[in-house]
Design a protein around this ligand. Structure first.
Ligand code: AMP
Length: 415
């Protein structure tokens, strides 16, 4: 079922959103992007005459009540964003009465789902190595079903608009869908947009296709790197990964981030790129620093020859040019992971060069998708978020979708 085709009049809709917004030490929201992201879906349901039961997680309370992670802290912000009162259910598993009394146009926000271990469905307080773990897990899966059924009982229709958690098979993101008929469950607008963006990257590829993978380690990106190898024309690998590749080719990388147990893997990736005709683009020079801080002394050096006591912290000027060239000519672009320690202004030039080249390519008609927490933070930092085609709210979910994995949160609704 599609959101636009559903008649919400008089219906109670339970909507899974991602309101896991960052808070400061006083509980004030420091970035409300995620709340704004869910508004089109929430407003649509209210305007169509439905009532809303909003559910979300916040942080990692690990199955225990933690007032610092209470969604009560964001109730007023949600009310302001929706332009109407929001009621609050302080126990998400005991909200039947509050839900039953909702009138069309009214809104009920449930307390943090992860105050219950049933939400994630993982047994707590027992080690995986414990012989009793499997039995505990089985028991928890049963409890998870009951918990999902309870949540489902509050509403007539289920909407999943939380892309950030779509790769998790949690009670509220997937299991709950079993308790609704196919015509009473659907994706929200944000989810649909995310799915369309991934589809565009995977199925409607205009060439050349340049993917830029950065961040700290090869090990966390290997799945997506291997998957992309079958799809892209240019694959830029940057950030901390640079130095594992340099070392694998016999370079001296000083104190740079380097995964010594991934040198063979790096060589395999280079070999595979050759076999598949992928233009693998690696940094040639870097900004090396003598300390991991913004005002450290720096020098530009070859990635193959970084002096002892120095570490590569950003792409060098020659590298920035090479990266920009591989990006500017592209018609499809995917960026995940920064080219340097962009959090420090003095080491952000490589990431900025990438972001600016992506904007230029986008202005020339390319489709550009930026995703994963840190690359999104980059485009926000540079004020360029509005100048790329799509900024994804998903980190892990986006990468798993692009790896071609079926996301449980989407499968549960679409069948
Ligand atoms: P990830 O979580 O793997 O996507 O990595 C993101 C992090 O990688 C950011 O916090 C960057 O500061 C960091 N990073 C990027 N380049 C480097 C580098 N050359 N050395 C150390 N950390 C880096």
């Amino acid at each position: 079922m599609k959101l636009d085709d559903y008649n919400f009049a008089g219906k109670k809709a339970i909507v899974r959103v991602d309101f896991n917004v960052p808070l400061d030490e006083n509980g004030n929201i420091t970035d409300d992007t995620r709340i704004r992201g869910a508004l089109p879906t929430l407003k649509k349901i209210l305007e169509a005459g439905g009532s809303l039961i909003i559910m979300s997680h916040m942080g990692k309370p690990k199955g225990k009540v933690n007032p610092k992670l209470s969604l009560m802290q964001i109730k007023d912000a949600v009310a302001k964003a929706l332009g109407r009162d929001v009621k609050f259910a302080p126990d998400c598993a005991d909200a039947a009465e509050a839900a039953a009394s909702l009138q069309p146009g009214e809104v009920l926000l449930l307390e943090n789902l992860r105050f219950y271990p049933e939400e994630e469905g993982k047994p707590v307080g027992i080690d995986k190595a414990d012989p009793a773990y499997d039995a505990a897990k089985k028991e928890m899966k049963e409890k998870q079903k009951d918990f999902a059924k309870k949540l489902a009982s509050y509403a007539d229709v289920y909407v999943n608009d939380a892309f950030g958690t779509a790769h998790r098979k949690h009670a509220s993101t997937a299991v709950i869908a079993d308790y609704f008929k196919p015509e009473d469950k659907m994706l929200g607008y944000l989810m649909e947009k995310e799915v369309d963006a991934v589809d565009k990257i995977l199925s409607d590829i205009k060439r050349p296709f340049t993917a830029i993978m950065g961040g700290s380690k090869v090990s966390t990106k290997i799945g997506i790197i291997e998957n992309l190898m079958d799809k892209v024309d240019n694959l830029i690998l940057c950030g901390g990964m640079t130095y594992t590749f340099a070392k694998a080719q016999g370079g001296n990388v000083g104190q740079s981030l380097c995964e010594l147990d991934k040198l063979d893997l790096a060589r395999e990736i280079m070999q595979k790129a050759k076999e598949k005709g992928v233009n693998l683009v690696l940094g040639v020079d870097c900004v090396a620093a003598d300390d991991f801080k913004n005002d450290a002394n720096t020098q530009i050096c070859s990635v193959m020859d970084i002096p002892e006591g120095w570490e590569g912290v950003d792409a060098g000027p020659e590298t920035r040019k090479i990266f920009a060239d591989a990006i500017k000519g592209a018609k499809t672009i995917l960026w995940n992971g920064p080219a340097g320690v962009f959090e420090f202004d003095n080491f952000a030039a490589g990431s900025r060069a990438i972001a600016e080249a992506i904007v230029e390519a986008t202005n020339n008609g390319a489709f550009s998708l930026v995703g994963g927490g840190d690359s999104v933070a980059c485009v926000n930092k540079f004020g360029l978020a509005d100048e790329v085609s799509y900024v994804s709210t998903g980190g892990g979910a986006l990468l798993e979708a692009i790896e071609g994995k079926v996301l449980p949160g989407i499968a549960a609704v679409k069948g």
